[in-house]
Design a protein around this ligand. Structure first.
Ligand code: LLP
Length: 397
């Protein structure tokens, strides 16, 4: 991440955060363009021939989308709104992957008309809907079967989507019947399988299980006569949310190539969201009031669960840094402005002892699922977003 202190003042991509806050009311998200580009290129280096379809749900800020489209990435969309954002940002239809467990007819029609790379079928019951939409337009739709392999990966329960009992994906016992239905429909062409394992995976062992499931399903489908040519591993590569290094796509590539050895020809696809953009973003908030009560220091800021839902929804821990660093530091509980006891951004955060109203704080690693999940609770405006580092200005040290 291109975030560092320049003479005790926090800078993102070479711009001092206070200078950004002069032009923009808080709370706002600032994204580092170089950080997004670096990550996109690292993913590409690990998988030179794969379709890397950015999960737009992680961040829908148009300049970020345009930057990723310009890097040659594809995109994964789950709604008509996401479809339109993706197309406006310059992603060509043949690089758009359509996911979702409740795709609207309008989304299906757009995707089929434009020739999306793949519509990932989430249920046996979705097959006749896609057939009908394609038939009405006289088109053929490329589809993949989103298999729910029933994996128990290590992540927050809210982020498990490939476990038994989940409402996502086709359960194992229905996969062959769905493949058969696709084969029988002249309007459909089987593009491959899709196996999104869940989100925020850090353990290599989890990926071993995902790769083994992919190998098993390619084998089962091919030996039943269904030509699987693409495996889409979905998203899921996590970040540590600390100073510790993140898992790397290069290591994942090794695992996958080992695990799928001998299965060629097979095209790979991925839908990374968090790994590409989380580290690129900070949420900048301003201290409204500091309260001393119950033996604690509560630092109330102007953006909480309305601007960043992750701590309230998943107990997620994001580092919070003072924009102007000074000693001594003392622990604080950083709380949002909303009338909810869960509106706590973080506890036990070391922050300057003299922190006062008007000071700025930065909530780190919020480029993914930050602004995209922001809401208007308590009638607060949505946080603004900005991209820094377009022309890579020198650090203002
Ligand atoms: N593909 C599919 C089909 C997905 O459902 C998701 C995420 C992704 C790709 C991207 O996964 P990623 O690479 O970002 O892990 N709001 C939560 C994350 C929910 C993820 C939902 N699906 C959070 O803030 O942690």
């Amino acid at each position: 991440m291109t975030l560092r202190y320049c003479h005790h003042t926090l800078c993102i991509a070479g711009r001092s955060v206070p200078s950004l806050a002069e032009k923009q009311d808080t709370p706002f998200y600032a994204y580092s363009l170089p950080s997004v580009q670096e990550r996109a290129r690292a993913f590409r280096r690990a998988f030179p021939n794969a379709l890397i379809a950015f999960a737009l749900k992680a961040n829908r800020y148009p300049p970020i989308l345009r930057a990723l489209a310009a890097e040659g990435l594809g995109v994964d969309v789950v709604s008509l709104g996401e479809w339109h954002l993706a197309r406006a940002a310059g992603f060509p239809p043949e690089r758009v992957v359509v996911n979702g467990n409740a795709k609207s007819d309008a989304l299906l029609q757009e995707a089929i008309a434009a020739g999306a790379q793949s519509i990932n079928l989430d249920a046996a019951e979705e097959v006749p809907r896609v057939v009908a939409a394609a038939r009405a337009m006289g088109k053929t739709a490329a589809v993949a079967i989103r298999i729910n392999p029933g994996l128990d990966v290590h992540t927050h329960p809210h982020l498990q989507v490939a476990a038994q009992g989940s409402h996502f994906g086709v359960p194992p016992e229905q996969v062959l019947a769905v493949a058969q239905a696709i084969a029988e429909a002249p309007e459909l062409r089987l593009a491959g399988i899709h196996l999104h394992p869940g989100s925020q995976l850090l353990a290599a062992a989890d990926w071993e299980a995902v790769v083994a499931a992919a190998r098993e399903w390619v084998g089962r489908l091919r030996s039943a006569g269904f030509p699987v040519q693409q495996v889409n591993f979905g998203g899921g590569l996590g970040i540590t949310y600390t100073n510790a290094p993140d898992p790397q796509p290069a290591a994942l590539a090794e695992q996958i190539h080992r695990g799928l050895a001998g299965l060629a020809p097979l095209r790979l696809a991925f839908e990374p969201g968090r790994w590409l953009v989380a580290r690129a973003g900070v949420l900048v908030v301003r201290v409204v009031q500091v309260k001393h009560a119950w033996g604690q220091r509560f630092v109330a800021v102007d953006g909480g669960m309305n601007a960043l839902l992750r701590p309230a929804l998943y107990g997620a821990r994001h580092r919070i840094w003072p924009v102007r660093r000074r000693e001594p530091a003392r622990p604080a509980t950083v709380v949002g402005p909303n009338c909810e006891s869960t509106d706590v951004l973080a506890r036990d955060v070391p922050l300057p002892a003299d922190l006062a109203a008007g000071d700025l704080l930065a909530v780190l690693d919020t480029g993914a699922y930050g602004a995209s999940m922001a809401n208007a609770y308590n009638a607060r405006p949505l946080p603004a977003e900005m991209l820094v580092g377009e022309s890579l200005p020198p650090a203002d040290v």
